[in-house]
Design a protein around this ligand. Structure first.
Ligand SMILES: [Fe+2]
Length: 215
């Protein structure tokens, strides 16, 4: 992620802690290191959304970096995954020891707690929390969705038709509907529409080629 101008050293330390803690966390059906890579993409996306929405003066970059990088900490081994937002918000205190002040820790914990409860989150949720919610959703669509769908099918030695069925499933349809109604910012909605257009176009073409069409 782009370094924060005001606190580059602390942000770098937060990134280093995330690399140490999140790299080896397993994620079923995903590549090794997925939790770290996803967290890093979410952090970069959240920074970009913040700039496009002119939110930088209201955003604490240490809170944003920590919340994004550790938002799925609750999915780690040893933590109860029933509500990974809740368990992650508690576990993150240990990860950030000595790096953030109590006010910042409260912000990180609030953002992580609500990141997976978008429809119930309070209107006064901190800006970092809203950015995390949108960036987390965006990273599940577009070329990333194509990658994950094909990776999952290939890892189970399934054919192209299996990847197509996965993409057309009811689960993906309702996940997409959920994403579209729960984004917080206009920039996120525009980015989501572009990602969805790309994914539809890709799977449409894959389906045609699977059926033996020339193009
Ligand atoms: Fe996530």
């Amino acid at each position: 992620m782009r370094k924060c101008e005001s606190q580059p050293t602390v942000v770098q330390q937060i990134i280093k802690r995330a690399e140490e803690s999140m790299t080896d966390v397993p994620a079923a059906g995903r590549e090794d290191g997925y939790r770290l890579y996803h967290g890093r993409r979410v952090a970069r996306l959240a920074c970009r959304l913040s700039r496009r929405e002119n939110l930088c003066p209201r955003v604490d970059c240490m809170v944003l970096a920590a919340a994004c990088l550790f938002h799925d900490l609750g999915k780690c081994q040893g933590h109860d995954a029933a509500d990974h937002g809740k368990t992650g918000s508690m576990a993150v205190e240990h990860e950030l020891r000595g790096l953030v002040n109590p006010r910042q820790l409260r912000g990180v914990r609030q953002a992580i707690y609500w990141h997976n409860k978008r429809e119930k989150s309070p209107p006064d949720l901190c800006t970092e929390g809203k950015l995390l919610q949108d960036a987390d959703l965006l990273d599940h669509f577009g070329a990333q969705e194509v990658w994950v769908t094909i990776y999952s099918a290939a890892a189970e030695r399934q054919p192209v038709s299996s990847a197509l069925s996965m993409w057309k499933s009811e689960k993906i349809r309702s996940w997409t509907d959920y994403a579209l109604v729960n984004l917080n910012f206009p920039t996120s909605r525009r980015a989501m529409q572009k990602r969805l257009q790309f994914t539809r176009r890709f799977f449409w073409q894959l389906q045609r080629e699977e059926k033996g069409y020339l193009y």
